[in-house]
Design a protein around this ligand. Structure first.
Ligand code: CDT
Length: 300
C-alpha cells in the first residue's frame, strides 16, 4: 500500500508581543518532532506567523506594515525552509500576503521536501465584515483586510501524493472539497483560526467545535480524501480560539486529534489506497455522478 507520514502541527496562542522569530522557532521545533515521528509532510495553521490580527480594527496600512509578508520566503521564515530541506519534509503554511502590486490575500503555500514553493492558494471564502463593529468584543475583519482569492482551488503532486489546499472558513463549504476531489486530490490540508465566541449571533459555544468536526468528517468521506487540519488556538491576548486539530480518513473517521490548546504535533501513517477504494465503489465519480443535475450550483 502507498502510505505517507502526515503531521499536523497545531499552534497555541501567538500574542501581539511575540516576534516572528520566536514563532518560527516554535514551528521549527514541531517540524523536527514531526520528522522524528516519520512524517513526510507537516500542516501548519492559517496566518501562522502572527496573532489572528483581523480581530483588531486598524487602517490597512498599519495591518500591512505589521502583519503581512512582503516576500516569501523571507529572513524570518527562512529557518522553516532550511529545516524542511535538511529533514526532507514538505509543509503547508498560512500567512498574510502582500503582493508586489499591493494586493492583500489570506494565503497558503505548499512547500516540497527540498524547501521549494510548489503551490499557492489564496482564501476564497472570506468570513466576517469590513466595517468597524463598535461595541463588539472583537472584530472579524477578513473582508476588510483581504481580497477574495484569485487562484481557484488547485491540486499539486509532491512526493507521489496529490495535495489540495484551502483555509479555515473554506472548510465549511462543500464546493471547496468537491473542486479538489474532481482534480483527484488524495489529501486536503488546511489551517484555521476559529474564535470560540461568535460575535454575529448567540451561538452556543460548543457548536464551534461540533460544526468543525462535522464538516471535516463529512467532507473527507463524501470526497474520498484524507484531511489534515491545523488550528491556531487557545487565548491570544485573551481571545479564545478552538483547538481540535485533526487528521480525518476518507472513511470519515478521525484518526488523530490534538488534546490540548497549545503547540502539539499529531501524526498518522495515512494509507492513500483508502481514498481509491471509496472512489472505486460508492464514490465512483464517472459511474455515479450526474453533473447535468448540478448546474444550479454554478449558476447561483
Ligand atoms: N479564520 C476563519 O475563517 N474563521 C472562521 C470564523 C467564522 S465567524 C466569522 C471559521 O469559519 O472558522
Amino acid at each position: 500500500a502507498r502510505k505517507m507520514g502526515l503531521a499536523v502541527a497545531q499552534m497555541g496562542a501567538v500574542n501581539l508581543a511575540d516576534t516572528r522569530a520566536t514563532v518560527v522557532r516554535r514551528m521549527v521545533e514541531m517540524m523536527r518532532e514531526a520528522a522524528a515521528r516519520q512524517a513526510e509532510f507537516v500542516v501548519f495553521p492559517e496566518l501562522a506567523l502572527t496573532t489572528f490580527f483581523p480581530r483588531y480594527w486598524m487602517e490597512d496600512a498599519e495591518a500591512v506594515d505589521r502583519f503581512f509578508e512582503k516576500t516569501m520566503p523571507n529572513a524570518d521564515v527562512q529557518p522553516l525552509f532550511d529545516t524542511a530541506r535538511e529533514l526532507g519534509i514538505g509543509f503547508y503554511l498560512g500567512y498574510a500576503e502582500l503582493t508586489p502590486e499591493g494586493r492583500q490575500f489570506n494565503t497558503a503555500i505548499l512547500v516540497d521536501r527540498r524547501g521549494k514553493i510548489i503551490g499557492k492558494y489564496r482564501k476564497i471564502h472570506l468570513p466576517g465584515h469590513s466595517d468597524h463593529k463598535v461595541g463588539a468584543p472583537f472584530q472579524h475583519l477578513e473582508k476588510k483586510f483581504f481580497e477574495v482569492g484569485d487562484l481557484g482551488f488547485g491540486v499539486w503532486e509532491t512526493n507521489d501524493v496529490k495535495i489540495g489546499m484551502c483555509l479555515c472558513n473554506d472548510r465549511r463549504w462543500p464546493e471547496t472539497y468537491r473542486v479538489m476531489s474532481l482534480q483527484s486530490a488524495e489529501l486536503i490540508v488546511l489551517g484555521y483560526n476559529t474564535p470560540s465566541l461568535n460575535i454575529h449571533w448567540n451561538e452556543p459555544a460548543h457548536l464551534r467545535t461540533t460544526t468543525h468536526e462535522i464538516v471535516l468528517q463529512a467532507s473527507a468521506y463524501q470526497n474520498a480524501v484524507w484531511v489534515g487540519a491545523a488550528a491556531k488556538c487557545g487565548h491570544e491576548d485573551g481571545h479564545h480560539m478552538i483547538g481540535s486539530s485533526m487528521i480525518v480518513a476518507p472513511s470519515g473517521e478521525i484518526v488523530a486529534r490534538a488534546s490540548g490548546e497549545e503547540d502539539e504535533v499529531i501524526t498518522a501513517k495515512i494509507d492513500l489506497g483508502m481514498g481509491q477504494l471509496f472512489r472505486d465503489h460508492v464514490f465512483n465519480f464517472a459511474k455515479h455522478r450526474s453533473p447535468h443535475h448540478y448546474k444550479l450550483i454554478t449558476e447561483r
